[in-house]
Write a protein that binds this ligand. Structure first.
Ligand code: CTP
Length: 465
């Protein structure tokens, strides 16, 4: 099929198209597509085509399709972004691509254009595309911006509001949610400058997926820094798009999850049996309802929930610092099984056996993160929710905890060995509030999360924000 671009049309026709596009608030390209679609629909009445079963080839889109602007940054992970285009289109999303100059060292605009179904945009100062589409339109004519791979350089530019090329100008001009899929060398990811930029971007409301741990492209390098897989990024994008109209849209939610590890010496630690399943499910459900979620998680073997910013910590004190950094928030849900005590001192060397007596561990109490947030004078979240892990007199202890910690609700569960809650998939909880106690039936942790998020949405609705 011959290719035709708007630029090849005669000036008079172009002018007419521009006027028509402006009248309908569409880009010239979209206007042409609309005209062609209408013409093709007319043809459908007498020509019967076999529908294509390859969603990636279905270039026409129903009027309701959501649009994703995919910004491809310059890293080796850019090759996975080509697969990401297909994964997004498989979900019925319309994908438009912007590529940085560095990205073009790894993949070509031709490949990205062929997979997305329209040309990839690369230049800020391209008179033709500025006239037809322009960076402001690119920034606005979408429902979500996905940056994959988000390099350290791109993150630094975003955090500082630079707009030196098309990609950064679009990212500064957009009023849509942005999802970043960082990808870089583990040392670059761990660098203080990147941590600062990440914290700034999260504070600005940017959602993050990944990075994952694993082998790097470089020889013998491994660690945290691999871009999340295309399916994970597409899931995160889907969750953000679904949440764009959700009941917690625009709310900030902080969730703690998992156990904490309190070091004894370089190889040993004190821990507990928490799997993180309930906390992660609540973070996922809040993100699916449109909230900007920061999940502060102790060590767990669970994938990051889609559309959630995950901060990984080890000890109770790290968890407290990460929660403080994530404030202000509208809602805070403390699901983590925080170790109540840590060792009074941590041995710098591995403690050896063979002494006259077995060593004695002196313990000191950890900060109570829930109580410290619930009792804050300034920047207290509107709704502070604690969990109570009890092995007996569940409701009685939960009521006492509600009063003692100063939180608004307590979700109490029986964690005795026979209940199978710790590490299991189901949970039977009691919601304890000032109004009374509700006992929910035993259900999956996902169902508990969905029910709790629905109650949170009701509680924060109508507070004028
Ligand atoms: N919690 C916390 N920081 C701590 C201990 C607990 O934030 N240092 C939070 C938990 O995340 C949970 C709630 O407090 O939301 C209750 O935790 P739980 O372990 O049931 O209670 P404790 O305060 O530890 O009291 P106890 O062990 O005496 O039952």
């Amino acid at each position: 099929m011959p290719s035709l671009t708007v630029r090849q049309l005669d000036e008079k026709l172009k002018q007419r198209l521009r006027l028509r596009a402006a009248k309908h608030g569409r880009s010239v390209e979209d206007e042409v597509r609309t005209i062609l679609r209408a013409a093709a629909a007319d043809t459908d009445s007498f020509v019967r085509d076999e529908p294509s079963h390859d969603p990636a080839l279905a270039h026409d889109r129903p009027a309701s399709s959501k649009r994703v602007l995919l910004v491809i940054g310059g890293g080796i992970a850019a090759y996975k972004s080509l697969d990401l285009i297909r994964r997004l289109r498989e979900r019925g999303l319309v994908v438009r691509v912007v590529m940085t100059k560095a990205a073009q060292q790894f993949v070509t605009p031709l490949a990205a254009g062929a997979l997305s179904g329209e040309r990839a945009f690369t230049e800020l100062f391209d008179p033709a595309s500025e006239f037809d589409v322009g960076h402001i339109r690119l920034a606005r004519e979408c429902d979500l911006v996905v940056v994959a791979p988000a390099t350290a350089d791109l993150m630094a530019k975003m955090a500082n509001g630079l707009a030196s090329d098309l990609a950064t100008a679009v990212l500064l001009a957009t009023d849509k949610r942005i999802l970043l899929a960082p990808a870089m060398n583990p040392r670059m990811w761990a660098h203080k400058a990147t941590r600062r930029n990440l914290a700034q971007l999260v504070a600005d409301g940017v959602a993050i997926v990944g990075p994952n741990a694993g082998e790097m492209a470089e020889n013998n390098e491994a660690g945290l820094g691999r871009m999340a897989e295309p399916l994970e990024i597409a899931d995160a994008a889907g969750a953000l798009l679904a949440g764009a109209t959700g009941a917690l849209k625009g709310r900030r939610v902080v969730v703690t999850s998992g156990p904490t590890h309190e070091p004894i010496d370089p190889v040993r630690y004190i821990a507990n049996r928490s799997s993180g399943k309930q906390g992660h499910a609540i973070a996922a459900a809040a993100a699916a309802a449109g909230a900007q979620v920061t999940l502060v998680s102790g060590p767990v073997n669970l994938p990051d929930p889609p559309g959630v910013c995950v901060v990984r910590v080890e000890s109770a004190r790290d968890m407290q610092a990460a929660v403080e950094a994530a404030l202000p928030a509208d809602v805070a849900v403390f699901v983590a099984a925080v170790a109540d005590w840590r060792t009074a001192s941590v041995s710098g060397e591995k403690i050896k056996k063979g002494g006259a007596r077995a060593p004695t561990l002196a313990l000191t109490e950890n900060p109570d993160i829930l109580a410290s947030v619930a009792q804050r004078k300034a920047r207290r979240p509107k709704l502070v929710i604690g969990f109570a892990a009890e092995t007996e007199k569940v409701v009685e202890h939960a009521k006492a905890k509600l009063a003692r910690k100063g939180c608004d609700w307590i979700v109490a569960n029986d964690v005795s060995a026979e209940s199978g809650v710790m590490g299991g998939d189901d949970n039977a909880v009691h919601l304890v509030t000032a109004a009374g106690v509700e006992s929910w039936p035993a259900q999956s942790k996902d169902a508990v999360a969905a029910a709790l998020v629905a109650r949170i949405a009701e509680a924060v609705a109508g507070d004028g924000r």
